[in-house]
Design a protein around this ligand. Structure first.
Ligand code: UDP
Length: 218
């Protein structure tokens, strides 16, 4: 049985996650090919030594199984592509770098990408297609929704609930909640880089600064 693995997106996110994908297969002792899918391509190309093609060309590849990691930072695009893959019967592929620490009782849904030096604490539940970039952590008892994105160096402390499609910028830190009163980052909220989040953030809001405050339009 041959499996073709792919990284969807050949821009910054995809090219950073390809080495993670290689580490994932190497640990499994699997020598299968990994390609890039990128819809900006019209012809078969080569990106960092891997074959690269658009989604239609990928569909035309004849193999018994196809697994795809959606390596695109924009969570709405990730969701749209995940729906298309599901409709086409293609599996979402989770990839984990070699130097990732996973503690006890972690539920991690399909399609995740855990970059080098990410740590996930105990009793954490994470939804579909989670991206945790370099050096980010998620501490104990957090609940993370679908299509959440962490830029590098995010410090997500214990008892925090992050809802679907939230984006947490580089180096942001979020204050821990308590078991009865978790700190909540609402659906689609954006936390600016370096923000120090001390209280819950409403759905759709953008917060910046220390202490983080809702950004208002000027
Ligand atoms: N892309 C794609 N299909 C889509 C949407 C995006 O192949 O439906 C590709 C797009 O051509 C680009 C990449 O995904 O190469 C997204 O790259 P971008 O630089 O916007 O962001 P990144 O997620 O890499 O930071």
């Amino acid at each position: 049985m041959t499996t073709l693995y792919a990284i969807y997106g050949a821009s910054g996110c995809g090219r950073s996650l390809m080495p993670v994908a290689r580490q994932q297969l190497a640990r499994q002792g699997d020598a299968s090919e990994i390609i890039f899918i990128d819809d900006a391509l019209t012809d078969i190309a080569s990106v960092n030594g891997h074959r690269a093609m658009n989604y239609q060309a990928f569909l035309n590849e004849t193999v018994s199984e196809k697994c795809v990691q959606i390596a695109i930072a924009n969570s709405r695009v990730r969701e749209k592509i995940a729906q298309r893959l599901e409709a086409d019967g293609i599996q979402l592929w989770s990839i984990t770098a070699d130097h990732v620490v996973l503690m006890d009782q972690i539920e991690l849904d399909e399609g995740s990408a855990l970059s080098p030096f990410v740590s996930i604490g105990s009793n954490v539940k994470i939804g579909k297609c989670f991206h945790a970039n370099l050096y980010s952590y998620v501490e104990h008892d957090c609940v993370v929704g679908d299509f959440v994105t962490f830029a590098p160096g995010v410090k997500c402390n214990g008892n925090i609930h992050i809802h679907a499609h939230a984006y947490i910028g580089a180096g942001a830190m979020i204050k821990q909640g308590t078991p009865d009163q978790p700190l909540v980052i609402g659906t689609g909220a954006i936390v600016g880089m370096g923000a120090v989040v001390t209280k819950s953030v409403p759905a759709g809001a953008t917060v910046v600064g220390n202490p983080a405050r809702i950004m208002t339009q000027k």
